[in-house]
Design a binder for this molecule. Structure first.
Ligand code: ZN
Length: 321
């Protein structure tokens, strides 16, 4: 793999540290590296069974995996990737944490003041997680909206307060993500149901692979956007984040632990459907394409729920009343 080489020397030794540049994907349940020619290489085979094959098993060993990947020669002529066979690059996060209102224009279109401190935090439950190319059933009576986001994947554990300066050292890489949201469920009760409204099956597509921060031209300025049936709905850059990634992680670390493989959705720029005049929501048959520069694309096709399924939201409000 391509690697940055950093020379550190003291009086007696010269130590070579190579930063790995890599793209890590989940191809049919197996961890693979994606080479610069776009082909996939099975990590279990390539490492002589030292790592993998389960993608989830790599994150607790992130330092070792990075060091191993950094000393690989350039890869080519691997498996041609069928993106419909890609799963979530981190398939078993213990937590999926999401930030709301982390772009000023989006806070405004949502009818909120831009938060002064750490933006509001909510869970996306892991049962909503998926890979990059999927079909998503629209919940009955839903008002389904899009939110393109940069997703951070944790590498080194965070088990106590960390400084902003150290935050990127705990990041394995970044991915494209969609924080798909049912506004009907989210606002069905007097106190908003953020976690449930954003956790229907397939509402957290991620991928197409994890890109290490060194692969990006500027890890704090990543352009992102999404289209619905070819019409541009959102564009932005993570340089517009009200609270940038290092401060988000440092802020979380004061209260919770973050485990290897955990995901952090960092917020969405303006252009969501609920903030439009008139409001616009996803209809059956439509396709949402999410893109993150330097990372890749997600593609979600939306369909009606299978008949006979009770409305989840109706059940929720019946319980509440
Ligand atoms: Zn969001």
């Amino acid at each position: 793999m391509i690697a940055n080489i950093v020379w550190l020397s003291d009086r007696n030794h010269t130590l070579v540290i190579r930063d790995p540049h890599m793209k890590l994907a989940n191809l049919e349940g197996r961890a693979v590296l994606i080479a610069s020619d776009g082909t996939a290489h099975d990590i279990h085979e390539l490492s002589g069974a030292r790592f993998g094959p389960d993608p989830a098993s790599l994150f607790p060993l992130w330092d070792e995996v990075s060091q191993w990947a950094a000393q690989l020669d350039e890869l080519a002529d691997g498996i041609v990737v069928d993106d419909a066979k890609l799963g979530p690059p981190s398939p078993l996060p213990r937590q999926i944490i999401a930030f709301g209102l982390n772009y000023a224009d989006h806070a405004q279109e949502s009818g909120f003041e831009a938060p002064a401190g750490l933006p509001p935090v909510f869970p996306k439950f892991v049962s909503s997680l998926s890979g990059p190319v999927t079909t998503v059933a629209l919940p009955e009576d839903g008002r389904i909206d899009w939110e393109v986001e940069l997703v951070v994947v944790i590498g080194r554990p965070i088990d106590g307060p960390i400084s902003e300066r150290d935050a990127w050292d705990h990041v394995a890489g970044v991915m494209a993500g969609q924080d798909i949201s049912d506004r009907a469920t989210q606002f069905s009760t007097p106190a908003p149901q953020f976690g449930l409204g954003k956790s229907f099956p397939g509402f957290a597509p991620t991928g197409p692979w994890i890109v290490t921060p060194d692969e990006l031209p500027d890890r704090e300025d990543v352009e992102l956007g999404c289209t619905l049936d070819g019409t541009q709905m959102q564009t932005g850059s993570t340089k517009q984040l009200l609270v940038p990634i290092p401060r988000l992680l440092a802020g979380l670390s004061g209260i919770i632990s973050l485990y290897p493989g955990d995901l952090v959705f960092t917020g969405t720029p303006e252009g969501v459907g609920v903030g439009r005049e008139p409001q616009l929501f996803i209809q059956p048959g439509q396709e949402l394409v999410t893109s993150v520069a330097g990372v890749g694309e997600l593609r979600q096709r939306f369909v009606r729920p299978e008949s006979g399924h009770e409305s989840a939201r109706r059940a929720l409000t019946a319980v509440a009343s």
